[in-house]
Design a protein around this ligand. Structure first.
Ligand code: ATP
Ligand code: MG
Length: 221
């Protein structure tokens, strides 16, 4: 995919702080100003979908089906206004937290889906659920920026420090994964150029043990 010029996840594990309101109104304002905008509702509460009058019918494919690998993002994206597209959610998405918990690379499913998508936008805005689970981690892995709405009081700021720790941790893990991926690609290309067999996908390059890094600390909760 040609990447969106700006990709922003609107997140805060605290509920009712204005995430959905921000995504819907910012998206509509940017679209009104002539920018091509895609909104992704990553919250099982499906509030963004309701705002945009996307049918939260569990029979219709939603972002849940995309994360489960059943459909592409293009198949579930709907144009809701001029310059404005949206990918809806429904209550099924609540099951994704549990169903994806055993999947390898579970935090990067949305990022991979976006990479397969051939349509590009000026802005990609993701509405996250009020939790720091797999859905929010998928949003973090898929974007370049985060926007954190919050009320300016002590407990909200305390929660913010935990969220910032998580963002830092995910960014560090992704940077490691990208570096490892690049190193493996280089080794495959070199082996191919020398006439040797390139290692199969996911296979360790011969004689080049993958650098071991300490297991990352789990996010503080
Ligand atoms: N900037 C704002 N000023 C005052 N009220 C706001 C503002 N933004 C949102 N609200 C109100 O706060 C309430 C919660 O907003 P919203 O649904 O956007 O929060 P949320 O963070 O998405 O909630 P959830 O975590 O449940 O998804 C709504 O009633 C909304 O109208
Ligand atoms: Mg919301």
């Amino acid at each position: 995919m040609q990447k969106s010029k700006r990709s922003i996840a609107v997140m805060n594990q605290k509920g009712g702080v204005g995430k959905t309101t921000t995504v819907v109104n910012l998206g509509a304002a940017l679209a009104g100003a002539g920018q091509r905008v895609c909104l992704i509702d990553l919250d099982p509460q499906a509030h963004t979908s309701m705002h945009l009058k996307l049918d939260p019918d569990p029979e219709q494919p939603s972002i849940y089906d995309a994360l489960a690998g059943k459909v592409s993002l293009a198949e579930i994206r709907r144009q809701v206004a001029e310059n404005l597209w949206a990918i809806g959610s429904n209550l099924d998405l609540a099951a994704a937290e549990i169903e994806l918990s055993g999947v390898v690379g579970r935090e990067q499913i949305l990022r991979d889906k976006l990479a397969e998508d051939s349509t590009s936008f000026d802005y990609l805005l993701i509405d996250c659920p009020p939790s720091l689970g797999i859905l929010t981690l998928n949003a973090l892995a898929a974007v370049d920026e985060v926007f954190i709405p919050l009320q300016p009081h002590f407990l909200a700021l305390h929660g913010l420090s935990k969220l910032l720790d998580t963002i830092e941790l995910v960014a560090a893990r992704l940077a490691d994964a990208v570096l490892e991926g690049k190193a493996e690609q280089k080794t495959s290309a070199k082996a191919a150029a020398e006439g040797g067999d390139a290692p199969a996908e996911g296979e360790q390059a011969a004689g080049k043990p993958k650098a071991k890094r300490p297991a990352p600390k789990p996010p503080k909760t």
